[in-house]
Design a protein around this ligand. Structure first.
Ligand code: ATP
Ligand code: MG
Length: 497
């Protein structure tokens, strides 16, 4: 059979009504790739996330195939059938097939070798059966394979664990975490994402093996943590797996059990942060459209907003605790942590801005709110989103303190409504948001130079105070340019003039 025939045969069979798993049928492209491999005499299965998510009735997951063909052979037969192939992970026996524009990962059956660094297998040993391949996978819910004719292969009772909503390691959990410490953060991530509990022995191994995370590259830790926080359930991770979280971010360790000694706080610093992250996640998920993930800057800010508290702690003569300057200390530590973990510069800066202002008092009054908006007016910052996130963070912070602080949550909603009104009416909160710019002044005879900036600042100051609306003509009239322009070089007109 020629390439075109092979492809046509595989396509024709892919187009036949395919069996489905729990009502979910894999894409025609995935079935086509599977058929091409099997028509060439190999065995192939759909494996991992797609099987798990289909059984959970979640939206369709991208498709991973595992097969008996060595990757070079898989590449050859797929290429011969006209399917484009990218050598994406050949060191570990993986290629990516691109069929009908869809990317399908195809990996050769393998049993991982020994992980002397706790991260990467020293050598990859290929396996002869799908059973062996499933045995090297991390969790029972990820270790199931499915085939349109042969059905579900579930050697480790992953379907039972889905019903029981449990993350359970395949085999001896301690050994599995010792082999690859990153699996610990994967366990936490899947528990948060799927809203599952971690099975008792697996949870015990997580607590015991957490220090092994120090062997894992910072970027990989950052990537997993970011995914954990993006589920909106990072608070659960902090509550149930404190050892893992503190091994991932050792700067949080001093917060654990740290007594704040203040009537404003009913909880130690770590528990407070955990509660704030929980509430921030709930607020973000409540506001999100279906499928949308909570804002990462809000999640990271909530996660690290008080990390500087222990180092700024003082006790006054009445025995009451204070944390003067803790937002600045938290911001400094957060920036260090996030940069170390390789997070994107924009995310670091936005999270740090939220941390810097999380404890700055704001009142529901126009000038105070415009001043607050000015803090978020830097180049490239989405002021409206960040202002909203600051309100979310403040609200979560209040709700995570002590019941006496709960009223503040209502005031925050009042401020949020006012902020939206101010932004909708086009109020100025920075030189950039003024209804006039430097060119308006230059057109009216002002010489380019520092005076232009001075005049714009004067206009901003007047509109912030409510003396003049943020409208072009009103601002220009306020600055009385005609009167001033001829005596160029002189001082700008005074506000009282
Ligand atoms: P998602 O991509 O939605 O996060 P997934 O289940 O597809 O979930 P991947 O990280 O894409 O997860 O990995 C695919 C599969 O490979 C997993 O389902 C699991 O069977 C296996 N796997 C991935 N990483 C590991 C690991 N570190 N140790 C053991 N098995 C792993
Ligand atoms: Mg995947």
């Amino acid at each position: 059979m020629g390439a075109a025939d092979t492809s046509r045969a595989a396509e024709a069979r892919a187009a036949e009504p395919s069996a489905s798993l729990n009502g979910h049928a894999p894409s025609a492209a995935a079935i086509k790739v599977l058929r091409i491999l099997e028509d060439a005499g190999y065995e192939a299965w759909i494996v991992g996330g797609w099987v798990r998510d289909a059984l959970m009735d979640l939206p369709d997951h991208d498709i991973d195939l595992t097969c008996s063909a060595p990757w070079q052979e898989a590449e050859r037969v797929l290429g011969a059938a006209g399917v484009k192939v990218v050598e994406s992970g050949t060191r570990f026996g993986g290629i990516t097939a691109i069929a009908d524009g869809e990317q399908i990962e195809v990996t050769t059956y393998r049993v991982d070798g020994f992980y002397s660094d706790g991260r990467h297998p020293d050598e990859v040993r290929f396996a002869s059966s799908v059973e062996e391949d499933l045995g090297r996978r991390d969790f029972t819910v990820n270790a199931m394979a499915w085939h349109p004719e042969r059905g579900l292969l579930d050697l480790y009772h992953g379907a039972d664990d889905i019903r029981a909503r449990l993350i359970r390691a395949v085999g001896d959990p301690r050994r599995r975490f010792e082999e690859d410490a990153l699996r610990m953060l994967r366990a936490v991530r899947f528990a948060c994402r799927l809203d599952f509990k971690i099975e008792k022995d697996t949870a015990g191994a997580l607590a015991a093996c957490a220090p092994l995370l120090s062997n894992v590259a910072f970027e990989r830790i950052g990537h997993e943590l970011d995914d954990i926080l993006a589920t909106g359930h990072g608070g659960d991770a902090m509550a149930h797996c404190p050892e893992v979280i503190c091994a991932a971010v050792p700067e949080l360790e001093p917060c654990r059990g740290f007594d704040q000694r203040t009537p404003y706080h009913a909880y130690d610093v770590y528990t407070h942060v955990m509660r704030v992250l929980t509430v921030a996640g709930e607020l973000a998920l409540a506001d999100a459209c279906p499928g949308e993930r909570p804002s990462r800057s809000l999640m990271w800010a909530a996660f690290l907003h008080d990390v500087g508290k222990p180092e700024t702690f003082t006790v006054d003569e009445n025995g009451r605790g204070h944390f003067y300057g803790h937002p600045a200390a938290s911001e400094r530590i957060a920036r260090k942590v996030m940069r170390r973990l390789g997070l994107p510069a924009r995310l670091v800066e936005e999270s740090c801005l939220l941390i810097r202002y999380h404890d700055t008092p704001v009142k529901p009054d126009r000038t105070a709110l415009l001043k607050m908006l000015a803090n978020f007016s830097a180049e490239g910052i989405d002021t409206r989103r960040l202002a909203d996130e600051l309100m979310d963070l403040k609200r979560a912070d209040a709700l995570g303190k002590a019941p006496g602080c709960f009223d503040f949550a209502n005031e925050i909603e009042e401020m949020r409504a006012q902020i939206h009104d101010l932004l909708d009416e086009g109020a100025a909160y920075s030189v950039k948001t003024l209804a006039i710019g430097g060119s308006d002044l230059i057109e009216r005879g002002i010489k380019p130079g520092p005076h232009v900036g001075q005049l714009l600042k004067r206009a901003l100051s007047a509109t912030l105070k409510g003396k003049v609306p943020n409208e072009r003509e009103a601002l220009l009239a306020y600055l009385r340019l005609e009167a001033w322009a001829p005596s160029e070089g002189a001082d700008a007109p005074s506000e009282s003039a």
